[in-house]
Write a protein that binds this ligand. Structure first.
Ligand code: DGJ
Length: 747
């Protein structure tokens, strides 16, 4: 039996036609090399008033980061330094390391060419320096020495703020398309004995939690793959305290960085065997091998850096000053106090409910009313979160008089009027989902998963861009004088894919974010004055990319005063107070169940852009005294919150007290916020807060706000700046959730 089977198999094989071997024929191969160009050795100093980045061009064309830190009076002294090209572990210190040549570390740039090869070796070609008011730009052109791949590194040095903003432009100068596998915005080499990395993680209602760790060797990566809501898991920002294992607010050298990108991002920190640290920052390469056609240029997002010699506090102040002037739309300008309808009414309201809320808002001295979710959808009314997104017409049974009626009532009460939209999303239960199923982010043949009963619209598609812009545009036309738009985004991208991109799915994540920015740009061209709040289930879009177009963020959906202390502290490390939407809500808190005193909630919210988010008709008469006082006093000092310098006095992450202050640029006025967040049984003498940032020679009157009896013995007296900063002051914050706010004015 067995023999017969073998014979049969043999017969079949012999009957098959002869096939020549499929192995590739190896042509006679001659390895030809192109000579590495030799260039003149030179230094490129990139300086701000108090910092200096020195780049060194070696004779073999390699560009190295020789120094970042304190100013160097004669940077040309670096010319003597040699390049470590023979290093067994590859060239390190490259200002923009590319996969290829001797470089075997994590690349800033990794290109796959049409012939399947992966090597890029950049050498220096030229550089140009240009300047405008307050900023010097250095653009350095590099080129691969074999292919026509060109890279331009652009550094904007903001002189007074000590901030460097870097981005990179990658040009495919060849004749065939290439694929960008890694394309970081920046690479920064640092040299220190220790690196303490502080970064921010979070989740819904626990946004921006601070975490610090001493970096070991190899690689630490902070990444977002969420597509939308990119910052709710991790924020694209960090602080690196150098030569220390302790976080210090006031001393030591600190580098802080933040990426201006609202999509998937990646920050990597690679410490090599010589203990040097390479920081790469940019778009996440996750599922994003970006095709670059011949002749096209890819422009990366901007990476913002600062260097401080006075701890984290100095780094934050540099970033805040830069942000107020250059980084935030309308930065530093005071935005109105407001009442938002969400936690007070949710989806359940009538015109009457809203009119009454507006009357109360005006009575309390607030300046704007914001109508949140629930005002739209007729075939699929938005009465809860399972229907209506996408159908942006006014719900006629809830609001038969329309939005114009509401807005004009607000205006008649002296209030501005704002309204909520979530234009990137669609509920399956909507007319839009039925009319345009091809606009939904999806992968062929696969389940389109829902989150909060909704799908994501595909902003990589220009038709969707137009639609999303149209939502904003039409909402602005709902009534004359819409002053504020809250732009929400309550869903991450899952099972990603774009019917529009067809075979180019690798472009999805990048093009989505660029589509969002295209819409934002159009909005700003048409509506330069409207205040836009960037909300994404709270803090899902807290980044300097979105802030180029948005005046503020909704810091978190968690409005509990205690939770806010931690989130606002951490947010303040990177972002200025002028962007922090901060609302007083009811108790027990709707997210945490926590109960804190009304004054504590106000004192926390007043450290950002103050708002209320509750049903004011439930206030008692006693509450109203506190409310009216707190709002009135906030208006006296809020210019300091929006435009002053922040000094953090005590960290909630360290103990039982939190303290911070904002000081006017001329140091003549300041507001100090102090809080007790854990009960301390032995605080009879009061917690000593040492103030900062005052003029030691000036005398300041110190007046506690919103109380009849102050908790500080020195209240209403005058003290010198040096006393307040060195002797300190010790309000008796005796008891959990006690808080005190003081206004300081130079006499
Ligand atoms: C999530 C936001 O963060 C809230 O403030 C609120 O606007 C809801 N969405 C409305 O659905």
């Amino acid at each position: 039996m067995h023999m017969r089977l073998t014979a049969l198999v043999l017969a079949i094989i012999l009957a098959l036609p002869y096939q020549p071997s499929q192995a590739r024929k190896v042509k006679k191969f001659v390895h030809q090399t192109v000579a590495v160009p030799q260039v003149e050795k030179k230094v490129i100093p990139i300086e701000t008033n108090n910092t200096s980045l020195v780049l060194l061009v070696h004779q073999n064309g390699q560009l190295e980061t020789a120094h970042y830190g304190a100013p160097i009076s004669h940077p040309e002294q670096f010319l003597g330094a040699g390049v470590n090209t023979e290093d067994y572990n590859g060239f390190r210190g490259a200002s923009y390391p590319a996969t290829g040549g001797r470089y075997i570390g994590e690349p800033a740039l990794h290109v796959k060419y049409a012939d399947g090869t992966h090597n890029t070796e950049l050498y220096y070609v030229s550089h140009q320096v240009t300047s405008r008011e307050g900023c010097v730009t250095t653009a350095i052109d590099l080129k691969d020495y074999v292919t026509e791949l060109q890279v331009r590194l652009v550094y904007d040095a903001y002189l007074a703020e000590d901030v460097l903003v870097q981005h990179t432009e990658i040009l495919n100068g060849g004749k065939a398309p290439v694929q960008l596998l890694n394309y970081a915005s920046s690479s920064l080499y640092l040299d220190a004995d220790d690196y303490l990395l502080t970064h921010f993680y979070g989740a819904w209602a626990t946004d921006m939690q601070m975490e610090s760790e001493v970096l070991g060797h190899d690689m630490k990566v902070i990444e977002s793959r969420r597509g939308t809501q990119a910052t709710q898991g991790n924020n694209p920002s960090f602080l690196l305290s150098l030569n220390t294992r302790e976080f210090s607010e006031t001393s030591g050298e600190v580098v802080a960085g933040a990426l201006a990108w609202s999509g998937n991002f990646r920050l990597s920190f690679e410490k090599d065997d010589a203990h040097r640290l390479n920081v790469l920052a940019g778009i996440s390469p996750f599922s994003s091998a970006y095709p670059l056609a011949a002749g096209n240029t890819f422009v990366t997002p901007e990476m913002i850096y600062t260097y401080s010699f006075s701890g984290a506090g100095g780094a934050s102040r540099n970033l805040h000053r830069w942000a107020r002037k250059y980084g935030v739309y309308g930065g530093g300008k005071v935005n109105p106090t407001l009442l938002n309808s969400w936690e007070g009414a949710y989806f359940t309201f009538t015109t009457e409910t809203l009119l009454r809320m507006m009357d109360d808002a005006a009575g309390m001295g607030l300046e704007m009313f914001v109508l949140d979710d629930g005002w739209f959808g007729n075939d699929y009314p938005r009465n809860n979160d399972d229907a209506g997104l996408g159908d942006w017409e006014v719900n006629v049974s809830k609001l038969p008089e329309g939005i114009e009626y509401l807005a004009s009532h607000a205006h008649s009460k002296g209030l501005k009027f704002g309204i909520w939209i979530e234009p990137e999303m669609v509920n399956p239960r909507s007319n839009l989902a039925q009319a345009h199923p091809e606009w939904v982010v999806q992968s062929p043949g696969r389940e389109i998963y829902q989150g909060r009963n909704q799908w994501v619209l595909d902003l990589s598609n220009p038709a969707v861009e137009d639609f999303v812009f149209g939502i904003f545009d039409r909402t602005m036309q709902l009534a004359p004088g819409i002053d504020y738009i809250k732009w929400d985004c309550n869903r991450v991208v899952q099972s990603f894919g774009s019917p529009y991109l067809e075979a180019d799915q690798d472009k999805f994540f990048v093009d989505y974010c660029q589509g969002l920015y295209n819409v934002m740009r159009r909005i700003r061209e048409k509506y330069p004055q409207v205040i836009v709040q960037c909300c994404s289930s709270g803090g899902g879009r807290v980044d300097y990319g979105a802030l180029k177009y948005c005046n503020e963020v909704w810091t978190s959906d968690n409005t509990d005063g205690l939770s806010r202390v931690y989130m606002q502290y951490a947010t303040s490390l990177i972002y200025p107070a002028c962007i922090m939407g901060s609302h007083v809500s009811t108790v027990p808190n709707h997210q945490t169940g926590n109960v804190t005193p009304l004054k504590f909630r106000f004192d926390v919210a007043c450290a950002g852009r103050l708002g209320l988010e509750l049903q004011p008709k439930y206030f008692t008469e006693q509450d109203r005294i506190t409310v009216d006082r707190c709002i009135a006093s906030y208006k006296q000092y809020r210019d300091l919150v929006f435009g002053g310098d922040l000094y953090r006095l005590a960290s909630p992450y360290d103990g039982s007290y939190y303290g911070l202050m904002y000081v006017s640029p001329d140091k003549r006025r300041a507001v100090v916020f102090t809080y007790c967040i854990h009960f301390e049984p032995r605080t009879v003498g009061g917690k000593v807060f040492r103030l900062q940032g005052l003029d030691s020679q000036l005398s300041y009157s110190v007046v506690e706000q919103n109380v009849d009896n102050s908790c500080w013995w020195g209240n209403s007296s005058t003290f010198t700046g040096d006393f307040l900063m060195n002797g300190g002051f010790n309000p008796t914050l005796y008891g959990l959730y006690t808080s005190a706010v003081f206004l300081l004015e130079a006499r």
